[in-house]
Write a protein that binds this ligand. Structure first.
Ligand SMILES: Cc1cc2nc3c(=O)[nH]c(=O)nc-3n(C[C@H](O)[C@H](O)[C@H](O)COP(=O)(O)OP(=O)(O)OC[C@H]3O[C@@H](n4cnc5c(N)ncnc54)[C@H](O)[C@@H]3O)c2cc1C
Ligand SMILES: CC(C)=CCC/C(C)=C/CC/C(C)=C/CSC[C@H](N)C(=O)O
Length: 481
């Protein structure tokens, strides 16, 4: 792989997929292995993957991963280190629609909201906030572990190191079971929690408790996005990691014995990829797979491994993002006069007759603090639905519209707890990042997985077993600065 006459790099690594997982892994690999490692990133589509924008009348809008939590410290640090800046995500008033009426409506007055919540649901909203805060607090331990370079060989071990058996129980049980056991009422779960799961994961309370808590944390204040588009983080990480980006679709990986320049026979992975109609291949010491492994999304075959590498048949939820510039038909949701309709986001309950998961007012990737939408004016709205919207459906939601664009996704795993996360170590020096999505799918989770797999690859390459799967890290690191 090296040019004739040039020194062979100490090591060649490749990452398959240039989403946030793959690019954060490239960044961390470079930090750990240093200058003399060759890093290739092979991407079949656009850099950014599920971080992507749609353009409407010259303005870009987030179509995939949009909001970032204020305590997502990898994303925060990337933005700072890579010379990017943040914009605040719009925080309009939220309503919940059940197919007939708005069962809950936020007020712009904090005190009125408190009274409404207590009146309808007692102190459950406060208890929910405390439940999520406790989980988030424990999740934050990962940053300390990773800043000390510790790595984990499985998602289960990573979760256990953060929150012990409680975290594994959360992961193994449905959110419904966990919250029912904790005494939350059916009304609160149907009218408040389910709508949040629908907007964030297109699913109901049958998802696991861990992803449920991550989803609830996306209702916290202070959510933000990257100015110019979240996908900029991926292209900047690639640049900063001095990786070579290869445009191609990987079709197979096979271990083969090669003779390096030193004359030593070495086991390497042959990665075969297609660029247009041409087929190419390259040999690598380390391979990181940073895309969900299933036939519909990545279609990669592992050839001649003994024992064979498990085939993954995990189902990802189809989801459509539709952006529409138009005047919302507020009478669908409320009988209030048009000029009094001031909701910025409408969530929905789990009613099979509804054809949308949510509809929300959005700003372009360059705008900060957009004003509250006015129903009598045309704005850009983002709709999440399980299937593409028909023209009739759009005309039900809008009095009139100028423009509509859409993007279809296999968005997130279909969560069916209890489930086993796919292994991170697929073979000696072959790693898989996206198993973490079965705990929870979010940008920060992929960044955590990117760092973890790069650290794991580094420690296993160098025989640093004491940096992998260490127990009681939380206690042990308490005393270290
Ligand atoms: C509609 C939507 C809204 C979301 N909203 C949020 C949000 O607000 N906040 C949040 O934190 N998260 C959100 N998410 C989730 C978040 O976007 C994802 O969890 C995250 O972007 C996944 O990153 P990744 O790098 O792991 O995977 P991906 O982004 O999917 O990257 C994988 C890459 O691999 C490439 N690839 C696949 N197969 C091959 C192959 N054979 N050869 C070469 N390349 C290949 C793909 O083209 C892709 O670019 C949202 C997701 C969607 C779809
Ligand atoms: C990983 C941790 C601790 C927190 C992440 C919280 C977060 C920002 C989760 C996002 C979940 C998600 C997949 C949201 C999808 S829809 C987002 C938004 N409502 C939109 O309109 O695009």
């Amino acid at each position: 792989m090296s040019l004739p006459g040039s020194a062979e790099p100490a090591l060649c690594a490749t990452i398959i997929g240039a989403g946030i997982g793959g690019t954060s892994a490239a960044y961390c690999l470079r930090q750990k292995f240093g200058e003399h490692v060759k890093i290739h990133v092979i991407e079949k589509g656009e850099v950014g993957g599920r971080l992507a924008t749609l353009t409407m009348q010259g303005h870009e809008y987030e179509a995939g991963g949009s909001i970032i939590h204020p305590l997502n410290l990898h994303m925060k640090r990337f933005v700072k280190d890579l010379g990017l800046s943040a914009v605040q995500s719009p925080s309009g008033l939220v309503g919940v629609y059940n197919g007939e009426t708005l069962v809950y409506e936020e007020s712009s007055w904090f005190i009125i909201n408190m009274i409404k919540l207590i009146w309808h649901y007692g102190f459950q909203s406060l208890r929910m906030h405390m439940w999520v805060e406790d989980i988030l607090d424990k999740f934050m331990r990962i940053y300390r572990y990773q800043s000390h370079d510790y790595a984990f060989s499985s998602v289960e071990k990573l979760l256990h190191s953060l929150g012990g058996d409680d975290f594994l129980a959360l992961f193994n049980r449905s959110l419904l079971e966990t919250l029912q056991k904790a005494g939350f009422s059916e009304k609160f779960l149907d009218e408040i929690i389910t709508p949040v799961m629908r907007v964030n994961y297109g699913q109901n309370m049958n998802i696991n408790g861990f992803v449920g808590a991550v989803s609830m944390s996306a209702t916290d204040p202070g959510l933000w996005a990257v100015k110019g588009g979240n996908k900029l983080v991926c292209s900047r990480l690639l640049e900063a990691s001095k990786s070579n980006l290869i445009s191609g679709s990987v079709i197979s990986i096979e271990e083969k014995t090669r003779t390096k320049q030193t004359g030593d026979p070495t086991k390497m992975y042959e990665v075969v990829y297609q660029t247009g109609s041409e087929t190419h291949s390259d040999f690598y010491d380390i391979v990181l797979v940073a895309t969900p492994l299933n036939r519909k999304m990545s279609n990669i075959t592992f050839l001649n491994f003994d024992p064979p590498i498990e085939e993954f048949h995990q189902h990802y939820e189809p989801l459509v993002t539709t952006l529409i510039k138009g005047q919302l038909n507020s009478t669908v949701f409320s009988s209030r006069p048009l000029d009094e309709f001031d909701l910025g986001t409408i969530l929905t309950t789990d009613n099979p007759d509804l054809f949308i998961n949510s509809i929300g007012f959005v700003s372009s990737v360059r705008e900060d603090n957009s004003p509250q939408p006015k129903a009598e004016k045309a704005h850009v709205w983002k709709i999440f639905s399980a299937r593409a919207l028909s023209k009739e459906q759009i005309l039900k939601l809008f009095v009139s519209y100028d423009y509509a664009v859409k993007q279809s996704w296999f968005a997130y795993p279909h969560y069916t707890p209890p489930e086993k996360c796919p292994s991170i170590i697929l073979h000696d020096r072959l790693y898989y990042l996206n198993g973490i999505e079965f705990a929870a799918s979010a940008m920060e989770m992929s960044a955590v997985a990117g760092y973890n797999s790069a650290l794991l690859a580094y420690h296993r390459w160098n025989g640093h077993t004491h940096m992998i799967d260490q127990e009681d890290l939380h206690e042990r690191l308490k005393t270290e600065l």
